[in-house]
Design a protein. Structure first.
Length: 207
């Protein structure tokens, strides 16, 4: 809801690097579109409750992905790490691969704004484009402007789950702000500005 999905699409376009989104990976596992054997029922239940998937599973998936050759020239991690344990595991793996992260982007948005954005969010089943029932309506109800696919509300965008996601964020993910500030890597961006302004600030921070 902070806009990391939207901004990620713009960043990978501008920098031509692979997009590693753990949320997208879990959603494709649930649809049976990701290679390998995973505890899909457990992943679906945790996501629907707004809780985090177990560190060990997330870390193994990301590490496998980072070892692929297309990541040699850079990559964008979206939604990972989300815990200090994940950040430690990432740092160990990057040391082994001889890679240094350029930066960590923290997109800041107030809770009330996030709740408003997420509870109205509509996603296209076919192409993944996102809309909003108030702020960014599709031209015809429940139909994607881009591909004609059906629009739906993500199970984890229901209000109760959204509130739980915010709590989980505060307890488990917010400590990463200190973690990466101490390493001098954190770049905080105001995520309440319009999409293009946020993107321009991210590019400035990365450059
Ligand atoms: P996102 O699309 O990034 O908002 O992620 C959606 C959901 O996927 C989260 O609420 C978690 O349940 C799960 N998830 C995504 N990334 C992670 C992660 N790094 N660690 C644990 N769970 C994750």
């Amino acid at each position: 809801g902070g806009g990391k999905g939207t901004q990620s699409d713009k960043i990978i376009g501008a920098f031509s690097i692979p997009h590693i989104s753990t949320g997208d990976i879990f959603r494709s596992m649930i649809k049976g579109e990701y290679q390998g054997t995973f505890p899909v029922d457990q992943i679906r239940d945790l996501m629907n409750q707004g809780r985090l998937i177990l560190d060990e599973l997330v870390v193994n998936i990301v590490i496998d992905r980072l070892r692929q050759s297309d990541c040699r020239k850079g990559f964008l991690l979206d939604g990972f790490p989300r815990t200090v344990e994940q950040a430690d595991a990432l740092s160990m793996e990057l040391d082994k691969l001889g890679i240094k992260l350029d930066g960590v982007i923290n997109i800041e948005v107030k809770d009330e704004v996030l709740i408003g954005r997420l509870t109205g969010r509509l996603v296209c089943r076919k192409c993944g484009a996102t809309y909003h029932s108030k702020f960014n309506k599709p031209k015809s109800d429940n139909v994607c402007d881009l591909c004609g696919g059906e629009l739906y509300t993500r199970d984890d965008d229901k209000e109760e789950t959204v509130r739980n996601r915010l709590l989980v964020y505060k307890n488990q993910t917010q400590p990463l702000i200190d973690y990466y500030t101490k390493l001098g890597m954190l770049k905080t961006i105001d995520g309440e500005a319009d999409t293009d302004t946020v993107f321009a600030k991210i590019c400035e921070a990365l450059e």
